[in-house]
Write a protein that binds this ligand. Structure first.
Ligand code: SF4
Ligand code: SF4
Length: 348
């Protein structure tokens, strides 16, 4: 990794350089909550001033730009006696994602393991991932629901092109790719001095002190094995509405369903993929109407076992980055820290 420092104005120059040839997606304010506090989301931005780089966590993750909630996989059209099949990866040009937090970068790294490195790489995801230039930015104000530090996702080592940390009077830049190096060369930079390294560590330490939620993941896979029959699952499952919101706002959930539709004249058809949730009632329903997980507690338990046990067994890391989105969005107030605490033996 190469380290540089740039002037404060350098960030806008970098943005202008990147927007010259590419569409840029970044964090923007999308409204206010009931207390008047800003709500954020990702959207295409054309002006640097339109970015809200001091955002905390967006309501929806940036996953939508890699794994759209709804995506046509193929279309078919009858041409004479044969079918013409058209496949479009929906990625016509390189994009820039400007201002992604470390937790969300780590979420993409986890998706990569399955969708790029798994037994069946997904070309639709690969095309978008390969064509996205990612500028990471440090998160200064973790929300009370954030527990990314407990999940080891509060810093990113890979999965971005460059990563910016605000040192106060300048930015510290971590560079991972040639393209990023050439961009930084164009806007001008300096070698970081010992004082910059010291300031960087101070900034990170100050941020770390602001986390108020911790999750104890020690021996969690073993504890989950031991507590498979625990009443805790029934308790949380009975509260769960099976609405699937948690999976939809989660940056690492990738379960999906596929729908095939044929036109009434039988001359064309489409195959569409839609992100789905393992909490939905019919998620484990198979032909003949048998449902392997008919109860909400079966399904809620499955989601936790996939994220905190099965994925760890396969990839030696959890499928949760601790962004806290699911707990904030859940109408039944089911949060990962509380569920894990009760599974570990805490009071319900
Ligand atoms: S958001 Fe809450 S209520 Fe809805 S499925 Fe997830 S855990 Fe259940
Ligand atoms: S499970 Fe919840 S806290 Fe974990 S990554 Fe998904 S949305 Fe974030």
């Amino acid at each position: 990794m190469i380290f540089k420092v740039i002037r404060k104005e350098g960030l806008k120059e970098l943005f202008d350089l990147l927007t010259r040839d590419n569409p840029v997606i970044g964090p923007v304010e999308i409204g206010r909550d009931k207390d008047g506090l800003p709500l954020h989301g990702f959207a295409e931005v054309s002006e640097f001033q339109g970015l809200s780089l001091d955002y905390t966590t967006t309501k929806l993750p940036a996953k939508q730009y890699f794994l759209p909630y709804r995506e046509e996989l193929a279309s078919f059209c009858l041409a004479g006696k044969d079918w013409d099949k058209t496949v479009d990866y929906h990625c016509d040009r390189p994009y820039v994602l400007f201002g992604l937090h470390a937790c969300d970068i780590n979420a993409l790294n986890k998706l990569d393991k399955v969708l790029l490195g798994g037994a069946y790489p997904v070309p639709y995801y690969a095309a978008k991932r390969k064509n996205m230039f990612i500028v990471g930015i440090d998160c200064r104000e973790p929300r009370p629901s954030c527990f990314c530090r407990s999940m080891g996702s509060d810093t990113a080592q890979r999965g971005f092109d460059l990563f910016i940390t605000d040192l106060g009077d300048r930015y510290f830049v971590e560079i991972l790719t040639d393209t990023a190096f050439n961009c930084i060369k164009k806007i001008g930079s300096e070698e970081p001095q010992e004082a910059d390294h010291l300031r960087y560590r101070q900034v990170v330490d100050q941020r770390n002190k602001k986390f108020t939620t911790q999750v104890d993941t020690t021996d969690l896979t073993k504890i989950l094995d031991m507590e498979f029959q625990s009443e805790v699952w029934k308790y949380w499952g009975d509260r769960c509405l099976s609405c699937g919101t948690c999976a939809n706002v989660c940056p690492t959930c990738y379960c999906y369903t596929v729908q095939e539709q044929t036109a009434l004249d039988l001359r064309s058809a489409t195959k569409t993929k839609m992100l789905y949730s393992c909490n939905y009632l019919d998620f484990a329903e198979v032909a003949g109407g048998h449902n392997f997980r008919p109860h909400s507690h079966n399904r809620l338990k499955y989601r936790y076992y996939h994220k905190h046990r099965g994925f760890v067994e396969a990839y030696e890391e959890s499928l949760c980055v601790g962004c806290g989105r699911c707990g904030e969005a859940c109408l039944a107030n089911i949060t990962v820290p509380e569920v894990i605490s009760t599974v570990r033996g805490g009071t319900i």
